[in-house]
Structures are given as structure tokens and as C-alpha cells.
Design a binder for this molecule. Structure first.
Ligand SMILES: [Fe+2]
Length: 184
């Protein structure tokens, strides 16, 4: 069984019943990951697995610090015995360092999980940030606006997304550029 199939089963078990909308988002992000096969080549299975796992940190079964990239990555490392690149991708998905800073968890995050290769990190960020909360495809600007409206202006997540916006837009642009060059 490839990593993606394993990851799908694990994420479905952790998310589908307690958080059906989060699971719908996750399935949409995974579908985006599959669509990036032309630019990620041999890494398509790893990227798809990471897409399935990126938000497992929201599962009530494993919430600990309340910072979902860290909780998810620790679960993958300590309980699920996942491959190191999967743990790193989940820990750092969608420019998580900025929310880690807001939460006072940057040192913890960075000391426990190194960054993955930028192409894979950007690809996962692209998949997450062009998929809405119900799994439908959204333009990145619609997705950013959706996060702001869901959390409200004073929420730590909204503040973190504002700080992360240049990082998110750069990732989306890099992936779009790579897709355009293979389409030629
Ligand atoms: Fe997430």
C-alpha cells in the first residue's frame, strides 16, 4: 500500500465522523495534490499523503496544544510512526511558522520538525489554500477571505493568516508557474 492510501485511511478514521466538514476539505486538498502529479513527479504519493494528513491535528482524538500543525505532526511521529517527510510537511503546512510565532510555539515547532524541501512545502500550501472548507476549489484570494470571515478580525488565526499572506501567495505563484511550464 502506498503512503497516500495509508494516510487516507488514517485521516478518515480521525476526521470523518467528528469533523465531517474538515474531512470534506481534506478530500478536496488531496484531490488537488493528485492534480499536481505533473510537477512533483516521484513525490506525488508523498504529497497526496501529506494532503490527507495536514489537518488531522484538529481531531478531538489528538488535540493537545491546540496548534493543529504541531499536534498533527507529533501524532504522526509518536503514534502513527509516519515517515519523517510527512511529519515535517504537516508541521509546516501553509506557512505554519507564523501562527506558531503568534502562539509562542515557534521554538518548539522548529526544534522538533525541520523544514521539508520548498517545492513540496509550496505544493501542499497551494493545495490547502486553493480548497475551501467544504472541499471545493477556490481562488487563493477567496480562500484567504473565507478564513478571515470564518474566524473574525480579532482571532489569532486571522492575524496569523494576515502575516502569512505573502508566504501563501508566493507558494501559489510558484506552483502556478511550474504548472504553466509543464503545460507548454
Ligand atoms: Fe491546516
Amino acid at each position: 500500500m502506498g503512503q497516500a492510501a495509508w494516510a487516507r485511511d488514517l485521516a478518515e478514521r480521525l476526521l470523518a465522523e467528528p469533523l465531517p466538514r474538515r474531512w470534506a476539505h481534506t478530500e478536496g486538498v488531496a484531490a488537488r495534490a493528485v492534480s499536481l502529479a505533473p510537477i512533483v513527479g516521484d513525490e506525488a504519493d508523498t504529497l497526496t499523503a501529506a494532503a490527507y494528513l495536514h489537518d488531522i491535528g484538529y481531531s478531538p482524538e489528538l488535540v493537545d496544544t491546540g496548534f493543529h500543525p504541531l499536534d498533527g505532526a507529533r501524532y504522526l511521529r509518536d503514534v502513527a510512526g509516519a515517515d519523517e517527510s510527512l511529519c515535517r510537511l504537516v508541521a509546516h503546512h501553509s506557512c505554519a511558522v507564523n501562527e506558531a510565532t503568534e502562539r509562542g510555539l515557534l521554538d518548539v515547532l522548529s526544534s522538533e520538525f525541520a523544514q521539508e524541501r520548498p517545492e513540496l512545502v509550496e505544493a501542499l500550501t497551494y493545495c490547502d489554500m486553493t480548497t475551501g472548507p467544504d472541499g471545493r476549489h477556490l481562488d487563493v484570494h477567496e480562500r484567504l477571505a473565507e478564513i478571515h470571515s470564518r474566524y473574525g478580525p480579532d482571532h489569532l488565526v486571522s492575524r496569523s493568516i494576515t502575516i502569512s499572506t505573502p508566504c501563501i501567495l508566493a507558494a501559489v505563484r510558484a506552483v502556478e508557474k511550474a504548472l504553466a511550464s509543464v503545460a507548454r
